[in-house]
Design a protein around this ligand. Structure first.
Ligand code: ADP
Ligand code: MG
Length: 607
């Protein structure tokens, strides 16, 4: 079936269920109408009484045999065929919208129906109507659908959708019946999960790692939270396997204590080597300091950055670095590779990292990624087909950040508050939407506002995403600064423990995930902190909801709910648009069910 393959490609579909999920946009129903309903499409038997032509239009008077009424039709686009077709005395079945004009029934430009009593699906794809129909008829069979693992109810829904006997079997009030929609949601989830599962390839690990972490844990100045312990246990059981290299993603809010999980994994690897890559030198440095502080002395740690190394990475047990690691030709092979703040790496760097993990043999290092971008639970459930996912949903200590939406009238009070924080030796971050002035955005830019702050305050620092000196500026600000002016794109990778107040200008323009990341900059040391969302439209429901929500996973869910609100420009909402029937904000139960069904179908196949 070479031809079908090309058609599949044109449709951009890859599975039988992809095809089954291309549902008709409408149906053409030629069942004879029981009643005459004005304003609706009717199909009626009609006998021609007479016809006439005026202004190039053909007007035909019919007698409706079953209803004993007359009806007239005007054909605007006529051909000699029409004249011949509607000869007086001839009988027809005609279909069209029924109108009434001064008590006379009319049906403008009706279709002549050849075959009565059929319901024909209409598809809207890049293919010709006949091509898509041929594909559907060839592939959408009960047997094929059962072979995909669907149950009899789901098969019946799809068969009815593609091969209906009567429209009322499928539609209720012009849309698919609710139980059909439920089935379609399930089929969509099931199909997606099945494809993901097919993509996962597992390799044997380079080594089974099961070093002790007891000493490390007992020396920590705090007790690990139960979620930290749980994730560490998962990772330890991953790493202890030789037959399958770990592939795990640990997702936890900023401040949820992922560094301890990283260190526990490095301890588990010891005396084998491990490598940790971080997206910026500041972060790498911070991780290096934490590792030296908390790991037992016998674990040798090295740092690799562009133009600056510490310790000998060739000798070290635990090598921490930036992407400079990727350029070291003599970097030792390590059976554990980790990536921190994975969401901040570019695609190219991730590819290079894959290369770093390539070994000559057909085994692979254990690979663990850490991300501070909470994803909705539904998305995590999906992704866990490809990669194991651990979520850390709590933080070690409750963060005291009060969030408020403010507008121009509150600005003087804000200035007052900033002064008060500075007087307590705290720091303030103000985030602007743009570096330079723009007519498109109704807010001041960084450059336009800078004078205002510099005139009124001392030690004002300025940086932004494209600023080459930003790391130096940040380090200097950490020590000496009062106010930092920045843009949203600046990644403040280091922790600023004295930062207690953040102002986000034009907050309604940002996705909640971004706002949450920014809010995560303050209150890292348990100090009471504030996040002010400055907006010209403070009556924004999305922003108000954000103020009440602190957990990143709840925010990810909110973000899905509000994904259609128009003004967001930062593109942080990525998930949820892929599905036609499934709602990633609501359908957790459907996904859970699809996962369990898939699991049991896999079992039955291997048994
Ligand atoms: P993340 O990398 O997830 O953003 P960090 O690992 O940097 O978070 O941890 C944030 C802060 O919390 C650090 O100062 C860390 O020392 C501290 N911390 C981590 N785990 C705990 C814990 N179980 N109890 C108390 N403080 C903790
Ligand atoms: Mg971290």
């Amino acid at each position: 079936m070479e031809e079908a393959k090309t058609l599949f490609k044109k449709l951009k579909i890859y599975s039988l269920l992809d095809l089954a999920l291309i549902v008709p946009v409408s149906y053409n129903d030629t069942t004879l109408s029981e009643t005459l309903e004005v304003g609706k499409v009717c199909t009626v038997e009609a006998k021609v009484i007479d016809s006439s032509v005026y202004n190039g239009k053909l007007r035909v008077n019919f007698q409706l045999t079953r209803f004993g009424r007359r009806l007239s039709s005007t054909f605007f686009r006529t051909t000699p065929y029409h004249y011949k077709l509607f000869e007086p005395g001839s009988s027809h079945v005609i279909q069209g919208r029924l109108d009434e004009y001064r008590g006379y029934l009319q049906m403008p430009q009706p279709r002549s129906v050849n075959k009565v009593g059929t319901v024909t699906p209409k598809y809207k794809t890049v293919l010709k109507e006949s091509e898509i129909r041929t594909l559907i008829e060839a592939y959408i069979t009960e047997k094929n659908l059962f072979d995909e693992g669907l149950d009899s109810k789901e098969v019946s829904v799809l068969m009815h959708i593609h091969f209906p006997n009567a429209l009322e079997d499928v539609y209720r009030e012009g849309a698919f019946k609710p139980e059909f929609v439920e089935a379609l949601k399930f089929i969509e989830a099931y199909n997606h999960l099945k494809k993901l599962r097919g993509k996962r390839i597992d390799f044997p690990a380079m080594a089974a790692l099961n070093g002790s972490i007891e000493l490390f844990v007992s020396k920590l100045p705090f007790t690990l939270t139960s979620e930290q312990q749980q994730v560490i246990t998962q990772i330890r059981s991953d790493l202890a396997r030789k037959e399958k290299a770990a592939r795990r993603m640990v997702v936890g809010d900023v401040g949820s204590g992922k560094t301890m999980v990283i260190l526990a994994a490095a301890m588990t690897a010891w005396p084998h080597k491990s490598i940790l890559m971080a997206p910026t030198s500041l972060l790498a440095l911070q991780l290096y300091e934490e590792a030296n502080k908390h790991l037992p002395e016998r674990v040798k740690v090295a740092l690799v950055m562009q133009g600056h190394d510490e310790g000998d990475y060739r000798e070290a047990d635990f090598i921490i670095g930036t992407h400079a690691l990727l350029y070291k030709e003599d970097l030792p092979k390590a059976p554990l590779v980790m990536v921190d703040e994975q969401h901040r790496f570019g695609t190219k760097q991730r590819q290079m990292l894959e290369a770093l993990m390539d070994t000559e043999e057909d085994n692979r290092p254990h690979y663990i990624q850490f991300s501070a971008t909470p994803i909705p639970r539904t998305q995590a459930m999906m992704e866990s087909e490809l990669i194991d996912v651990s979520l850390i949903t709590t933080t070690p200590f409750e963060r005291e950040v009060e969030t408020k939406v403010i507008g121009r009238p509150e600005f003087p009070a804000l200035l007052e508050h900033i002064r008060e924080e500075l007087s307590q030796n705290h720091q303030v971050l103000i985030v602007y939407p743009l570096v330079e002035e723009s007519t498109e955005i109704p807010y001041q830019s960084l450059e336009e506002s800078r004078g205002f702050w510099e005139e009124r305050f001392e030690n004002v620092y300025v940086t932004h995403g494209k600023d080459r000196e930003k790391e130096e500026v940040l380090l200097e600000f950490r020590e000496r600064g009062n106010i930092l002016l920045a843009t949203t794109v600046v990644e403040v990778g280091i922790s600023l423990p004295r930062l207690t107040l953040i102002v986000i200008v034009g907050a309604e323009r940002l996705g909640l995930a971004t706002l949450h990341q920014l809010r995560g900059r303050v209150g890292r040391n348990g100090l009471q902190s504030w996040c002010y969302l400055f907006s010209n439209k403070p009556q924004n429901e999305r922003l108000q909801k954000f103020c009440e929500t602190t957990n990143g996973f709840d925010i990810a869910k909110l973000d899905l709910k509000f994904r259609d609100s128009g003004d967001i420009i930062d593109g942080t909402i990525q998930s949820g648009q892929k599905f036609r029937w499934l709602d990633m904000a609501e359908d957790e139960a459907v996904i859970a069910y699809a996962k369990s069904r898939l699991r049991s179908s896999m079992v039955s196949q291997t048994v």
